[in-house]
Design a binder for this molecule. Sequence first.
Ligand code: PEP
Ligand code: MG
Length: 590
Amino acid sequence: MSESRTLVGLGVSPGIAIGRPVVVENRPLPVVRTALSVGQIEGEVRRLREGSARAAQHLTELAKDAAQKVGAEFASILEAHRLILDDPSLVDEVEKLIRRECVNAEWALEQVTRRLVAQFEQLGDLYLRERRADVLDVALELQRALQGRAHPAMEQDVGSGILLADDIPPSQAIRLASHKVSGFASETGGLTSHTTIIAKSLGIPAVVGVTGLVRGAENAHVVIVDGFEGHVLVDPDPALIQVYSLRAEEHRKRQQELLGLAHLPAQTLDGHRVRLLANIDLVHEIAAAKSGGAEGVGLFRSEFLFLQASPDLPDEEQQTRAYAELLDAFPSGPVTVRTFDLGGRKLGREVLGNPEANPVLGLRGVRLCLQKPEFFRTQLRALLRAAGGKPNALRIMVPLIGHVEEVKTVRVLLARYREELRAEKQAVPKKVLLGAMIEVPAAAMNAEHLAPQTDFFAIGTNDLTQYTLAVDRGNEQVANLFRPFHPAVLRLVARVISVGARFGIPVSLCGEMAADPLAVPVLVGLGLREFSMHPPALPVVRSLVRALSLREARRIAHKALTLATAKEVEEYLLEQLSGLLSHLKVRIHL
Ligand code: PEP
Ligand code: MG
């Protein structure tokens, strides 16, 4: 019987999952160059061939399984990957290099992959250029086979188990979502990293930033992921399993009770209405948004369409269908689609090919879209087509705005594609609303110059916190410094809300802060009237708004803005919230 132990991380998505662990290593190991003697060469080539056969066998099995469980489209990608393994330009070239330079297979593979990827880069055709992502995937697969490491493409094996990984890229999280994984834990990640956001949207308990997770849990039979406390319990004893099962059940009941309040208006005690909207990453979250009582969509992260379709770009038809589905689901509410926020940590490699030294400060969001007019055009045309003939005004919002010119350029492009579609006799809407995401301090400080160019503001506190505090939102090493309640962030938020009011344009907030119970009183008090959040958080925020008076909220906001440190603000808000919670019939787990 193995010994029970607790690993500690950051609880980022509430809830408790108990189950069989599936351990995955996604991060590539560093590849070192080992010089071989002539006598070792044949053995090394054999090792390469055996590794390649193992990788091919694995891809064939995955493809077969995917054809049955996920669909032919995904299976064909895996089959194509297997064919790349058979292609002489990869494995044969690696063999040649091993022989020529007397080096180990891993090193030779890395050199050949780099060369191939660079060749793909030179190709003018976008489709062919995109194929470099496939080559990279296959090379990783082969590298993994050579290194004898746990495999990441384990979607089919995870089932309802708990995924424990060194790193979970958002693309993997999405695929796993359709496999009913019951919990996530990873060594990397932070409060607002994109995998965390997906886990929250899907209501899957998650803990990130758990040092030593993979080594600590690799032989475990059972694990518990406690998303409240940020604990991963490895091989807990039966008594603990029982305690946690009861807690999990209690949490489920509490969620059910809160959902029962979804029909009540989000209105303060003194009658001020707040609009609760949903953040949607995948269209299948529409149902959860509706049952949580969302009045519309405040943020559709359209780049997830890309993550799902990867390595292909979603075409105009696919995108039009997805946007129309959202508009149809909320005919009387606002539907806000954010244009692709790619680059940075999201599919940077696949979209750009060349790694950037500082991707989070690089070609990301609107900057990338304006540099890749071919795919931005597809998206803007799809948005206009989806909104044509629909009763609701589509809201298009643009991420990572730092300059007024960026908004102006997008407006010009929208007008141009509208004319293009008209000429093609396609239905286009009379009006679409164009908004700027305020997630760079420069945009918040320059909000009065952005306001006349935009129809609305959407504050993205995840990035606003990252860029204001110079703290990478996905880096567990600095997760303790990622503090949305830092006075500097709070002041920028207050500033944007007040500029919005001055210019008469709506302001919503769609970062994770909107779903944080501590933030609700202060945001309402600052004048925020649109909150957008992952659907499972809607009931809690609704209950809190209903327990507040605007007078109280204003007092809280006023005081919070005078405090000097994040800690002081957090402690003050916690104290205020405890007072408020005594009004609530349901207990809220903070
Ligand atoms: C944000 O930055 O707050 C935001 C909502 O966008 P994302 O989390 O997708 O970067
Ligand atoms: Mg953002």
